[in-house]
Design a protein. Structure first.
Length: 239
């Protein structure tokens, strides 16, 4: 864009319509900083809707908090806590690489997961939900949307300012992957997906793939001509 040619774009109208945070988020979401971006490609409306969803999730007076429970931690609660720590690790790495669009994608994915958790039949546990929402706000701090996060944090934590807090650190124990999804193909077509240990040996991966009922149905009692193993992600069986 060139100011002398009069083809610049003023952000004022976008700020008036959607707010500065939505505009910032749309710019960060579009592409990595080194890439060119067309103003028309910015998804201001989508970012505005996303911030409204975050507000509804984090505001202390939100109707989503009516079903919050206390008591023992369930598997669903633990899964949310694990996802929160993995989001910290993922987002920290994205910011360090200047991959801001990747960071924004992580925010949105995590928010979608939180809505499913909050709206589940058993409802969210108070402590787990607080951890998840606070993590989301901290990871949405100054690098992305400073205004809405400051306001929400002040409502949730009286007397604190989010931009004076330390960056969150992920618990290394929560980053350990217990299993990965191994895709099993027969002649290049996906026939099954198996959960296997990340350090599974080639022989074990092959045996697990061949033991699959769906694979056995494709083999129809015969033996494969070749088995290609790429642990832990893929086994391709050639018949």
């Amino acid at each position: 864009m060139s100011k002398s040619r009069g083809n610049t774009v003023s952000p004022e109208q976008s700020v008036e319509t959607y707010g500065a945070d939505a505009l910032r988020l749309a710019i960060l979401q579009a592409k990595p900083p080194a890439d060119d971006v067309d103003w028309e490609d910015l998804q201001m409306e989508g970012c505005d809707r996303f911030l409204n969803r975050v507000w509804r999730l984090a505001a202390t007076e939100s109707d989503l908090l009516e079903r919050v429970r206390t008591g023992a931690t369930t598997a669903a609660d633990q899964a949310v806590e694990t996802d929160a720590h993995r989001l910290i690790d993922r987002t920290t790495g994205a910011y360090e690489r200047w991959a801001y669009n990747t960071a924004v994608a992580g925010f949105m994915e995590f928010t979608n997961s939180l809505y499913k958790y909050v709206q589940s039949d058993q409802g969210p546990q108070q402590e787990t939900l607080d951890l998840a929402v606070d993590t989301l706000l901290l990871l949405l701090m100054a690098p992305a949307v400073p205004h809405i996060t400051a306001e929400l944090w002040a409502r949730r934590h009286d007397g604190e300012h989010i931009h004076l807090l330390a960056w969150p650190e992920a618990d290394p124990a929560e980053l350990v992957v217990d299993s990965v999804t191994m895709v099993v193909q027969v002649d290049g077509k996906i026939r099954d997906r198996l959960e296997v240990p990340p350090d599974i040996a080639e022989a074990e991966a092959e045996a697990a793939a061949l033991a699959s009922e769906r694979v056995q149905a494709q083999l129809n009692g015969g033996e494969p001509r070749k088995v290609i193993v790429r642990v832990p992600k893929l086994v391709n069986i050639v018949v």
